[in-house]
Each structure stands twice: as structure tokens, then as C-alpha cells.
Design a protein. Sequence first.
Lengths: 416, 293, 361
Amino acid sequence: MRKKPGGVLGIVAVTAAVALSLSGCRGDGGGQGGGSASSPGITDSAITLGITTPLSGATAGPGKCTVAGVSAYFGAVNAAGGVKFGDGKTRTVNIKSYDDAYDPQKSLANFQQMVSDNVFAATAGLGTPTNRAFRDAAISQKVPQVLVMTGDPLFSDRKQSPWQLGFVPVYQNEGAAFGKLLAKSGAQHKVAILSQNDDYGKGYVAGFKDSIKGASNISVVGEQTYEATDTSVDAQLTQLASSGADVFFNAMSITPLTIASLQKAQQIGWKPIWFLPSNTSSPTAILEPGGAAAYPGIYSVSFAKAPQSPAFAKDPDVVKFLDELKQYGNYPDMPAFPHCMWSYMVGATLEKAFQNMKEPTRDSFMTALRDIKGLKAPLMLEGTSVDTTVDGQPAVSSVVVQKYNGKGYATAENFG
Amino acid sequence: MGTFIQLVVDGLATGSIYAALALAIVLVNQATGLINFAQGGMAVLSAYIAYVFVQLGLPLLLAIIISVVLSFLFGALVERFLLRRFERGDPDTAVVVTIGLLTLVTGISAVLWGYNNLAFPSLFPLTSVEILGAVVSVRSLATAVTIVVIMVVLQLLFLRTKLGLALRAVADNPASAAFSGLPVGRLLMVGWGLAATLGAIAGVLVAPQLTLTPGMLDTALVYALAAVILGGLSSPIGCVVAASAIGVLENLVAVYIPLIGHDLKIAVPFALIFVILIIRPQGLFGRKVVVRV
Amino acid sequence: MSTAATVRRPRVRMILTAVLAVALIAAPLALPAFANQTLIRIGVYAVAVLGLNIVMGYTGQVNLGQIFFVGLGAYVTAYGVNHGWNILLVFFAACAVAGLVGLLVALAAARLGGLAIAMVTIALPIVGVPLAKRLSDFTGGSQGTSARFTDAPDWSGLDNDQWQFYIVLVVSAAAFLLARSLVRGKYGRAFAAVRENEAVAASMGISPYRTKVLAFTIASIFGGASGFLYLAAVQYTSPETLSFGHSISLLAAMVIGGAGSIAGSLLGGAYYVFVPQLTNAIDPNLTTVSQGAILLAVLFLLPGGLVSLPRVVRRLTRRSATRRSTARPAAETSQQTPPAQHPVPDAAPEGPEQTERQDGP
């Protein structure tokens, strides 16, 4: 396109003029003002949080939940007047969400947008690569990236990640909790392992294997992986079934594949005791359609009450949660993913930190956030709590092993 | 040995999912000369429509029939009002238009029904039967049989009927087809409508196993494309054979060659295609296209 | 004397180019950080789209795997940076490794028809993702790998985003100038001939095989360079970077910008970066719908891509001008269709379909 020279010159002239006038006032980007001056994203009456998470694509199901839970929690809190912060001011909490479609490059772009939108902190976003993509930027700009939904231990290492904190237990913890229970049983067990070929699956398996090290009664007789994009794991199941294992440790995060494997294994006549991770063990969405009652036992780990479970149908926490999810979270359905509950707890944890932060700064927020102990957030199971004071552990590190009883889950003290 | 047969049977079942979609892609290609990336997305939309009618209380079979009819109309309308503008132009642009259509249709499904996995009822029971010592579910068996039937019907359509010949003529050379008095526009609409119909059947066949989500067929689309290229763009039989071969081969390689394993098994069909294309550039069953200067 | 003719004078062109260069150099100092960061990402993807355009837009070979070379370049860059290589060496390694892999793939695939290239290029990202996970010693596995090498040095007095802007500006400006002279020279003519008709090309003494291999290799090198820039901008890469879906988006961006057009590649890169930001601003819950709708709307209005906008506008205004007055059309037509007085007489056609000719980046 040939532009008229006058046009180009005009543009250049304007650009140059703007450049000269702006270059003087261009500050240090998203950097910190020192002292007691308040950080970006917080005023005397409001604070803004940002969530970058997959809202489209294959992981959008859990991704939508991460926004819905936090929005539901603070929607209700705002309706009741807001949060009374540690500096004595009452503020409402605004949530801005951004779709990253599980693309690291987009999550970084969203983070940069957040900085330019004056967001106080990034929180609750789902995904290991997407959170890792802007971790360095968050550190160098001193923007909190906290209570994120990844079991990657890096986010809970204070030295390496001074402005980060994970929320959900590292994957290793979940695998280890089941392994300990199994080892404790004393009986001889042969274990077959199927895991997702990424840090999720690897974390589960590593935790499990560590916990059975030295337990002579447990032997691993088969180990296979699958890709999160696979449409079928029939071949892996056929292969593992031939190993003669009586315990099946299935670190799988894909809902339809979990249902299909529950169906497939019983078709080929393999009926071991199952272990399933916390995010693919929903009684109504997975176990019932999979026909889980055919197996001698289904174990899982959890720290959240499952709203679908009949045992919690009348639980006041659950009733309130579902109500707020509908009213403020723009999520009318029964949550199909536990991330809805988890991000609701993130809301409660953030509120606690807000109540304790003495100054309206990011520094003060991080200090307050790292000082929460024994918080029993709504929806948490007996025996679990939020504890942010331990280096190397995310906000929640305790899980309870549960056994499926045909309708819902009950806490399992012993294996068998 | 039991494991081996089971792996083969499992592979055939998985392959039939790819084959279902591959047939629809072949149909559009035969009828319009395009590769339609939106085929999977449109099939998912059809499955959602059937799901809505089931939720309204209609019997499953009736819901599927309604969805199939609506899909035909939808396919025809898409051709008339969207693709028509690009059919004479740069083929790359037309392909990108189908990519845009895929995005839009997937987005519409997501807005209307969300991203949660919805349980879709199956026409066939989940009980299983034993063949040669291998266990296979009636559902997988019935899916495979349905696909073979569709394949035969398509093969006959293209080779034995006037409509099929006309469709192919239009795809091959619209200008000379118009000269010989064929209603080119209407034939293109019929081609797209038929492909959408086929996609709808594929969608409801595989939805019970994969569960309904907007991206249900995203992975299957890639395999279907591979099967179509391996089998030859012009051959329904070829693409079904290729899809089955891909499913079986993947399983066997993953299990019996541990170095490749389940993570890299996806490379095997592509390597195979590559070797076959070097030997037979037109695909396993495709017709040789003579390039005129 | 018409203004358009004035622009074609070499001196005026030189002045304009200089002014544009000054504007680009001054921009990051004036713009807010987020604008710079957006421009940086546009540069990253513009180079990738440019490579894709050379093999697909100019040479007519379908390539569905360009993102693989971007990812490869990014991984090589991360590996080099984390092993303390000199940064220039890292850059050349990123281009060379991607180019070498591209050459090997093309040597085999280009022997076959377009179908084989399409298939092989589909396979690249699809096999690439599990392969990247498998080779975790080099790639960091599914957790990905970080590499920081683009923090602004103290002596520069610049912010990080400004420093990165200049890195991206230098590399992408070089890439665009290189591509421009390439497609305007004898290779450009060979590309166009192969795209039009391979048999005719062969009869003109142009080897379709070698031309295709050359175009594919160049595209891969540009992909590797784009991967280097990706790491300069994002400082992190993981297997998700090279997923098939992104490759399809790159292809869409190329066609939307304008196939067979250098400036179209820049517009394609801008589209790739802007549209997700725009749809996020509209409603983060509706990004898929709005992205699909935008793509279809753009192509429906401008089947030749964004780069054809001025031509379409001009055609429309000409039509109305003709209707208004019958006295001026002759003069206007002469400046709107200037094939005879083109500034570079020996230039090869940039693309077979009538995409607008571009004058410089």
C-alpha cells in the first residue's frame, strides 16, 4: 500500500511527538513504589484479582470451574459488604478472567495484560505450563501469582518462587497417601500402574513408588502410560490385565477415558482394586457410568466434600456453595470437576490473607498469605486444612484416602 | 496369543472411530474437492442436537433421525451461504474457511452446552461377546458394522449411481460439469448435506464412548485425516481399511516394541503412510490423477 | 504529478524508509510496556508466518507443520542459553537445526505430490509433542524449560520490554528484508512457476523438486528464527508450544494476512496475536465463538486477506467516483493500476493470485 507521503510524515510526526511527551513519564513498568504507597490494583474501596486459565479447548471444563468458584465466593462476600482488610478498610473484590486456552504464550500475554489492567495479583489459574510461562515475569515484576491450580512443586519452593504459592497438594502427596495405606495393609499385592504422560501422571507415580519403597508385600508388575489426547486406552488395559495385578493404580485426569477404562477392564474380566486421583473420581460423573460397583474397591484421595455425594447433599457448606455458584459464579450445573470446590476454597484462603494484611501492598499481602495455619476453609473434609507456613508445600498438603461405597465416599482408615 | 487377538480387536474398535469421520471427509472431498476441517465440529454439533431431543423425552432412534435430517440441511446451507463464495478461489483460502467454521461451530456448542462431559446414550448395549478368545463389546461391534455398511453404500453411490457420478464430475471440474447441463450449485449443496449427514451418524456412534464435549472429535480428526491420505482421498473402502490398520498397528507396536511405547505409537501410522506414499503416491486405493499440462 | 508517482521516486522512498525506521526505533521508548510486549509477540509470529508464506503462499506447497520448527527453534535456543553458549551462536543454531530438519524432511517429502507434504507436515507437530516429552533431558519434559537471556543489560538503561523489542525488531526486520529480496529475485520466479504448474516450470529449466526443497528449507529456517524470538519474548517453552492446533492457527493467520504477500505476513502475525487479546476483551467465556466469527467475517469480506483491504477500498471508491463524475476516471485509473511504471522493473510477481504488491516492510 503506498501511502501518501504526507500521511506517513504525519504519522511519524505524531509518533515522535507522542514519544517525546511520553518518554518522560514512562515509569518502571509494573514495578513497586516503595514504602506504604499502595500497590497497583488496590484502592480504598476495591481490590482486583486476575485469573488466566483455559476457558476454551480441551481443558476448559476444569478451567471454567477455577473462575466460577472464586467468583462465587467473592460474589457472596461482596454482596454482604466486602472484606474487612487488615488496614481497617473494607473493600470489594473484583475478579477479571482471561482465556489462555492452555497455551503458555497466551498465559504470558494475559499476565502482561493483567499488569496493564492494574491487577493486584494473579490467582487460581489452572495448568503447569501456563503458570510456568509467566512465573519469571511475575517474580521480576513482583506480582503475586498465588494459590494456582497446579501440583508442580516448583510453585511452593520459596527460594525459587518468592512471589508464588500453589494451592492443591503436589501430585506426589496424593499418590503417596494411597501407597502408605496399601503398604500398611501387610497383605501381598501386585500393582499395575497406568499414568498420564506428563508431570501430573509422573508426580502421582513417583509419590506412590516412594511410599511403597521397602514394603516387601507390594510389587509393581506392570507400568504403562497414555497421552492426554488419546481416544482410547484399551491396549494399555489389555496389556496390564495380562500382568495379573490385583491393584490398579490409575493416574488419569481425563473423564471419558476413566469411564471407558472402568468399563473396559470389567469387559475383559480384570477386576482389581482401583486407585483414582482426586479429579477423576466423581461418584456420579465417572464411577456410576463406568459401573464401578463391579470392582472389589475404588479408592481415591480428596480434601473437598463432593457435592454429588449423597452423604453431603444436605451439608450446609455444600448447599451454600451450590447456591452461590449458581448465583454469582455463572455456573448453574452440578460441578463436574473438583476445581470448582478448590477455587471456592482459594476464595476463602484469599479472604483470610486480606483480613491479615496490614498495608495495601503486595509485600504485605504475601506476608499475610504465608502466615495462615489451620484454616478450615468451607467444603474441606475432616482432617484437612489450609496451611501456608511450610516451605516446599502448597496451601493444602493434607489429603484423606477415601473408599467408594456404592453411592459416595467414606474415609478409609485401612486398606481392604 | 489371547493378548494379541485382544489388541487386534481393540485396535479395530478404535480404528472404527477414525473411520467414521474419515468417510465424511472423503465424501466432501469427492463431492466438492475440498478437505473439510470442520467435519468433526459439525458432527459434534449434530450429536448435541440429538442429545437435546433425547433430553426432551424422544426415543433415541427418533432423536438421531431428526438430528441427521437437520444436519443435512445445515450442511447444505453452509455450502450455499459460506463455502460457495470460496469454491472458485484459492483452495488454501477455502480450507482456512473450514478451519474458521470449525472454530465457530465448536464455540457455539461450547456456549450452548458447556465444556462438561455429557453422557450420551448408546443405541447398542454395553454387554460383550467373545470372538476367538478376545472380548469385544456389542457397542464396538455394532459401530464397526454400521461403518462397513456406510462404506459399502458410499462406494456404490460414487461408482454405480448417476448422483454419485454427477457429484464427482462437479468436484472434478465445475466448469465442464456446468457445460454438460449439471445443476452444479445444487449438487454441491447435496454433497455437503450428505457429508454432514454422515458426520452426524459418526457423531452419535462415537459419542457414548467419548462422552459429549465440544472438542470430542479433535484428536479423531487428525487420525481421520491420516487415514484419508493413507487410503486415498477418493476411496471409501481405502480409508476404512487405513483407519483400521492405523488402530491395530498402533496397539501392536506400542505393546510389542517397548522402545516406541504408548507415547510415540502415534508416529507409526505416519511413518507407514510415508513409506506407502513413496511406493504408491496416490494412496493405497486412490485413483491415479493424471496431471495435464 | 500525482502523489503516488512522487512516492516512487527513489529519493522519496529512501526518506520514507528512513522515517519509518526512526519511528520503529523510537516507538518502544514511548509506548507503554504492554503495547511493546504485544508488538514483540507480533514480530515473533510474523516471522513464522513469513516462512509459511514462502513455502505455501509463494510456492504452493501445503505445510501444516510450521509450528514444529518454531518449537524446535525455541527448544534449541533454551538448550543453548542454559548451557551458556554465545547468544549469536544460539541464534544460528536455532536457525540451522530447524533448517537442517526441514531440509531432511523436504528431501524425502518433496519427491511426492502435495499430498505427501501435507501428511508429513501434519505428522511433525503431532509426533513432535510426545517426542518433546520423551526427550526430557533436552526439553525439560512436560514441565517445559525456562531460559532468560533477554533482560536488558544495565548499561542500556532500558526496560526489559524495550530491550526485547529491539532484539525482535532486528531479527524480524532482517527476516523481512531477506524474504523480500528472495521473492523478488530469480528464486521468487522459480517459486511462482512451480506453484503455477510444475510441468511448465520444468520445461523452463526450473527443477520443481529442488525448488520445493529450497522453499521448505527456507520456511523451516524462518520457523527456527521465530522460535528463537519466541524464547526471547516468552522465556519459556513446553510441548504445548508445538501443538497441531497452533499450526492450524498459523496457517489461518497466513491466509488472513494475505497469501503470497510479504506485508501480509506481518498482518498475519498481528492477527495471530491481536485476535485472542480482542476476544478476551469482548468476553473471555466466548473466545472460541468470537474467534471463529472474526475469521469468517474477515475472509468473507476480504477473500484475498487483510492485505487486499486497500485494493478493495480503492475499487469501491473508484466505483462511486465513476458514478459521480465522468471527467476524472482516466487519470485515477492510471495511478491505481500502474503495472507499466512499476518501480522495480526486474521484480518477479509476488504471487500468482493478484495480491497487492508491497513496498517494503
